[in-house]
Design a protein around this ligand. Sequence first.
Ligand code: ATP
Ligand code: MG
Length: 393
Amino acid sequence: MKKIIIIKYGELTTKHDNINFFIKTLKDNIEKSLNGIDNKITYDVGRMFIETNDYDLVVSKLVNTFGIHEINIGYELDTDDFEVLSNELLSLVKEKEFKTFKVQTKRSNKKYFLNSMEISRKLGGVILKNIPNINVDVNNPDLLINVEIRINKVYFYFDKIKGIGGYPVGVAGKGMLMLSGGIDSPVAGYLAMKRGVRIECIYFDSPPHTSENALNKVLDLANVLSNYSGYIKVHVIRFTELQEAIYKNCPKEYMITIMRRMMYRIAESLAHKTNSKVIINGESVGQVASQTLTSMAVINETIKMPVIRPVACFDKLEIIDIAKKIETYDISIRPYEDCCTIFVPEHPVINPVSKLAKEYEESFDYESLIKEAINNDKVIKLPISNKEFDSLL
Ligand code: ATP
Ligand code: MG
């Protein structure tokens, strides 16, 4: 009998057309996250199995992998002989402490000589006969014994660990995440990844108005996000010249509106270059002046690409709850200024007028500045130690 990790896919098994692609992507993602840890992965359409010499470490990675709905540390038997499997199960159960139990059987081998109910009943009988002072409790047992009968193989497991669900990162294609040092955008990235979107990040940096600490904060956030996707790429865009030009040429109350129109243009252009199909950001309706519906419309009109806003309708407290859960919150609240907060005017326009925004931004040659910013794109790959990173992109 061999100790083994059993992975259940859950939601992805309903996507029949894509099932092989889904499972292959999940396997690749798991392999990536287990880089450097002993593992051997096998799979079929119903389950994935991992052998390793460090079960706890592997499970700690699997609980952060999208596309996994349940993880069990169990045992594999290379025969489905009933006599053998009853004895092996008994030896496992004898080591457990419990007063009540239930056997629950799944049988994917429909030709097995007993059906699921009969297997559970017979195994229950064997256990009752050999272990004193215990009882069956089908509703609330101390010990739930799971038995899975497959062709020439049997699996046993007792404890279930909940996975984080979602789809394997990458099955939905790629999106460009506008990642600031704030609380919202890392959460937006996490939620997009949960639905299978591989993200690449873009950060607008304004040295010397923003410090290196602000950039490092963004990279630390991206590093945390890479725990959920195996690897991540961050494009650092120098925004200083554009921002200064806007400051010099446009009315202060339109500063943020025009700045964000420029960010969208650059993000879309980089998204095209990197084969990303959508832009993702942390905008939340009504949160600040630039996120009123009118503002969002005037900012959004500069591009054609769809924008996904996973936290658009969440309350700040709901976003904070997720940020804490995914461990980005403590990084996000570090007190470094980002480029937006430095140039925030006292009275930013709440209902910007599209015609005026256009007029103001046409007062300087923003297109050349955008081109230059994109040409100077600095790419940082995370986690840095990942040698195989390039081949994956
Ligand atoms: P967050 O919204 O992430 O908490 P924030 O509140 O500082 O950060 P906002 O001003 O609310 O950011 O901007 C809305 C969204 O625009 C952010 O969630 C992020 O997606 C994007 N954004 C803002 N500033 C930057 C930046 N410097 N680089 C990249 N994206 C940015
Ligand atoms: Mg915000």
